[in-house]
Ligand binder design. Structure first.
Ligand code: XUL
Ligand code: CO
Length: 438
């Protein structure tokens, strides 16, 4: 049973004009001591790819994701076949899911769980057949009206418990499928007004939910990662997991920092008024870099547009951070991205993934060139050279005091800063490395 007319996508190289070919993603090619496939660890997002139909605030769906079926259970079985056909044809080794992406919810929690139990064996079979792996799983605790006031931060203990049941089941499935990660994206974990909100209680509860999830899974032998996915706003005005720095403060307060890493999404970083690179860098230097939701926003639209990433500057700087972090361990590049509402045909799914994968493959090659070129790293090292020896080295070692530094400063003739930051030079070096072959 073939659901898509397009065949396997192959690497044809940068000169190819074939829209259904990779120009840069050559899975077996070596970059920085690993194959491209190992460096990039691409993942398909089940929700956007198999479920998203283009529905927006002003109109209904434009894309048909029912794959010729009408019965709800049959539709979701076909989605599973479609997912693996896509992963196979696009050479995507991993996938990510929310519980709700896999099956209809049915009328009750019991029905939902029974539907999940029925689809898991099929997913297992397809994973084996196509040699695909689960990057991470998660629970959708934000769509249903019961989550109007949040899930782990709901004002209702019954809603909190319902979310716990969903998370337990999603963890069970993640473990059953050998998942390498489990994500908490704080769907509606936040607030719109403090007039009705006990923020302290809500944050305590959110930490409690995470602690219980960790205890449950670790108690059952789970060795994968736990991730929090920061996002500053949308759907609530104040999302608790605002950005990487805020998440770090939360994790440290509740003693969860050894158990959690972050899943950084490009479009969430820009919504927080940071660059994607800033968030990755912050995670790296704090030892919590885990995984990436690869997408991009739109400069002129202020919300989470989840576009397929095509900005090669951003993919290059992202991959530079990934290389500096020593590469992915359990994480990968999950395309949390959707085709535009007007790109409603099945071919568009292929074209979108090819664009995203090629942009990241090119970004990886360019990031490796920046590392090998060495000028940017050398410049930064030289810029801070005063901390390598003498008083600077003492400051770094923590062996000096405010009094000693005061005496030292008083002994100096003049202190003037004449070292240029050379931003324009460095930006030009970037262009030279990236486009020097033109
Ligand atoms: C929402 C978002 C989610 C998470 C998983 O903005 O990014 O899809 O990645 O729940
Ligand atoms: Co995401």
């Amino acid at each position: 049973m073939e659901l898509f007319k397009i065949g396997k996508i192959k690497y044809e190289g940068p000169q190819s004009k074939n829209p259904y070919a990779f120009k840069h993603y050559d899975p077996a090619a070596m970059v920085g001591g690993k194959t491209m496939a190992e460096q990039l660890r691409f993942s398909l997002s089940y929700w956007h790819t198999l479920c998203g139909d283009g529905t927006d605030m002003f109109g209904i769906g434009t894309a048909d994701k029912n794959f010729g079926e009408t019965d709800p259970l049959a539709i979701y079985r076909k989605k599973a076949y479609a997912a693996f056909e896509l992963m196979d044809k696009l050479d995507i080794p991993y996938f990510c899911f929310h519980d709700k992406d896999l099956v209809p919810e049915g009328g009750s929690l019991q029905a939902f769980q029974a539907n999940l139990d029925a689809i898991v064996p099929l997913l297992k079979e397809l994973m084996q057949k196509y040699d695909k792996k689960l990057l991470w799983g998660t629970a959708n605790c934000f769509n249903h009206p019961r989550y109007v006031h949040g899930a782990a931060t709901s004002c209702s203990a019954d809603v909190f418990s319902y979310a716990a049941a969903q998370i337990k089941k999603a963890l069970d499935i993640t473990m059953e499928l050998g998942g390498q990660g489990y994500v908490f994206w704080g769907g509606r974990e936040g607030y719109d007004t403090l007039l009705n909100t006990d923020m302290e209680l809500e944050l305590d509860n959110m930490a409690q939910m995470m602690r219980m999830a960790v205890d449950y899974a670790r108690g059952r032998g789970y060795t994968g990662d736990f991730y929090i996915e920061p996002k500053p706003k949308e759907p609530t005005k104040h999302q608790y997991d605002f950005d990487v720095a805020t998440v770090l403060g939360f994790l440290r307060k509740y003693g969860l920092d050894k158990e959690f890493k972050v899943n950084i999404e490009a479009n969430h970083a820009t919504l927080a008024q940071h660059t994607f690179q800033h968030e990755l860098y912050t995670a790296r230097i704090n030892g919590v870099f885990g995984s990436i939701d690869a997408n991009q926003g739109d400069q002129l639209i202020g919300w989470d547009t989840d576009q397929f990433p095509t900005n090669v500057y951003d993919t290059t700087l992202c991959m530079l951070e990934v290389l500096r972090a020593g590469g992915f361990v359990n994480g990968g590049l999950n395309f949390d991205a959707k085709t535009r509402r007007g790109s409603m045909n099945h071919e568009d799914i292929f074209l979108a993934y090819i664009a995203g994968m090629d942009s990241f493959a090119l970004g990886l090659k360019l990031a490796q060139k920046i590392v090998e070129d060495g000028r940017i790293d050398a410049f930064v090292k030289e810029r801070y050279a005063s901390f390598q020896t003498g008083i600077g080295a003492e400051i770094r070692r923590g062996t000096t005091t405010l009094e000693k530094l005061s005496d030292y400063a008083l002994s100096l003739d003049v202190v003037e800063e004449k070292n240029s930051g050379r931003q324009e030079y460095l930006e030009n070096v970037m262009n030279e490395i990236m486009f020097g072959g033109c």
